[in-house]
Ligand binder design. Structure first.
Ligand code: AMP
Length: 323
């Protein structure tokens, strides 16, 4: 995740919740991508604080640092190194076609090169660790596809080097929409005050935002005729509750929108309260998180460095002669 803006329930339901689950089945590396964040200007002091905040949120969500590695992208220089090598095998046309690039570039007066190169750096984050699978929300599926294209191109130019990473999407919650406008993805950078529930929002604010969520002119939930706003509210509830589709229909069919909103607000509050409590505990010792990040970077660096070494040898870049 990028340490910019406030993490919201879309980040949690689309990615973070899934990450906690996959820890049991995979050796996991969770990265805080500060180099990605600076593809648009960040206030340096805020960025520094955000990196620690995001690590605190990972831990509060249940990422176990004894089992998984939590690290900051810029603390492992191999990320930037491999990104350059991948940039050199990536046609500009592939990058210009990325939906996220087009959307972000449209908002800027002058478009930084980093914004275009963003997916090459993301490919490096993944390919450095020869990752088997990457758990992301739906908006990142296109970047994952590009990662496989870049890996394939590299492999065909220089010989089998990279493992093809699979995209792992959550069954429910892969795309949470804005509460004020359910036709756009919930996003950290959206301006509206009622757009997103942030993970650290207090209960009264959560209630206010959810109760104001855009719905439609129907009075009650009709599963045969769901508007975008109501579908989004149901999706949020289902992702938090872990209910089946049948349970959702049995419980919500015919429910008035006001009552639906109350239930969405209450389940959001009840799941975020213990999470926020754990976050405060994590943040109470100023040395705790830097220690976790240092350990994470030390644990993953040998893997990252050995991939960079392999890539350099494949490309004919200079490496020390082997003894
Ligand atoms: P970012 O906000 O770009 O740092 O994304 C961090 C993670 O959250 C990525 O895996 C995204 O796919 C996921 N994500 C971001 N926004 C949403 C959303 N509205 N719904 C579901 N997942 C999301």
């Amino acid at each position: 995740m990028q340490p910019s803006g406030n993490l919201h329930i879309g980040n949690y339901l689309g990615a973070l919740k899934n990450w906690v689950r996959v820890q049991a089945d995979y050796e996991c590396i969770f990265c805080i991508v500060d180099l990605h964040a600076v593809t648009v200007y960040q206030d340096p002091a805020e960025l520094r604080a955000k990196i620690i905040e995001i690590a605190g949120l990972y831990l509060a969500a249940g990422i176990d640092p004894r089992q998984s590695s939590i690290m900051v992208q810029s603390a492992v220089p191999a990320h930037a190194e491999l990104a350059w090598m991948l940039t050199c095998v990536t046609p500009v046309g592939w990058l210009e076609r990325m939906t996220q690039y087009k959307a972000k570039a449209a908002k800027q007066e002058s478009v930084g090169d980093g914004l275009l190169q963003y997916p090459c750096l993301m490919a490096a984050d993944i390919l450095l660790y020869q990752a088997a699978a990457v758990p992301v929300g739906e908006d990142q599926a296109q970047h994952l596809e590009l990662t496989r294209d870049i890996a394939q191109r590299f492999n065909s130019l220089y010989g089998e080097t990279f493992v093809m990473p699979a995209t792992s999407l959550p069954g429910v919650g892969a795309r949470i929409m804005g509460l004020d406008d359910p036709t756009t993805k919930m996003s950290k950078s959206a301006a509206g005050a009622n757009h997103a529930v942030a993970l650290l929002d207090p209960p009264d604010r959560i209630r206010k935002i959810v109760m104001r969520a855009t719905t439609d002119s129907n009075p009650a939930v009709d599963f045969e005729n769901l508007g975008d706003g109501v579908a989004n509210l149901l999706n949020i509830f289902q992702a938090f509750a872990g209910w089946t589709g049948a349970q959702m229909r049995a419980h919500f069919s015919g429910m008035r929108y006001g009552d639906l909103k109350k239930q969405v607000a209450e389940i959001t509050i009840s799941q975020l309260e213990p999470f926020q409590q754990r976050y405060r505990e994590m943040m109470s010792d100023p040395d705790y998180i830097p220690g976790i990040l240092r350990e994470g970077a030390a644990r993953v660096s040998p893997i990252a460095n050995s991939t960079v070494d392999l890539v350099k040898r494949r490309m004919g870049l200079y490496t020390e002669p082997r003894p």
